[in-house]
Design a protein. Structure first.
Length: 193
């Protein structure tokens, strides 16, 4: 039973992480347009809705970004505006606002994850990124192997910038160096051509 629960939670967290990254990218794409159209309050429910209403005539990439924002960001904007109408804002009631938003966020992600489990193709979410070398700096063994496949690196310092590893991070250094040594040994074992 514990294994199934752990696996479900792991999937839930990966879903949230992946959706959050996609929404961040969508926000970066849409915010400049909203800033031009609504310079006073670009990131509001009304501003976002006005762009969503016109999405049919927009570039497909922008239209998809708006679809993601409509499903994953607009509910948060609506809740913040609802709380503000009730007098619960960051400025007036920091603790009340944070508690209300945390409760909303928890319920939102539980509900949204259930929708995703029922219909995984509803949103165009990429596979979760595997960060098995260093979680902090988002370094994956697949990225390290791909970089090693393309070029002959001599040491960690040379390889680090290509895979997003940080020179000061012990976890990056150990994980990337381990893969580098493994690749060097593999190449030595290959028959000469």
């Amino acid at each position: 039973m514990a294994t199934g629960t752990t696996k479900a939670l792991h999937g839930h967290h990966k879903f949230i992480e992946t959706a959050t990254e996609v929404v961040h990218d969508a926000r970066e794409l849409v915010l400049p347009l909203l800033s031009v159209a609504y310079p006073e309050d670009p990131w509001s429910g009304a501003a976002l809705r006005s762009l969503i209403e016109r999405r049919e005539g927009l570039d497909p990439i922008l239209a998809e970004a708006l679809r993601m924002l409509e499903d994953f960001e607009l509910p948060f904007l609506d809740e913040e505006e609802r709380l503000a109408t009730a007098g619960v804002t960051l400025a007036d009631d920091l603790l009340g606002f944070e508690e209300a938003m945390l409760e909303f966020e928890r319920a939102f992600w539980l509900r949204t994850y259930e929708v995703y489990r029922a219909d995984p193709k509803r949103w165009d979410l990429p596979e979760p990124k595997v960060r098995d070398v260093c979680e902090v700096h988002a370094v994956s063994s697949s990225a390290v192997r791909a970089a090693l496949k393309d070029q002959d690196f001599e040491d960690f310092k040379e390889l680090a910038p290509y895979v997003g590893a940080h020179l000061e991070c012990a976890e990056c250094r150990v994980g990337v160096t381990r893969l580098l040594i493994s690749e060097v040994r593999r190449r030595k074992d290959l028959p000469a051509s």
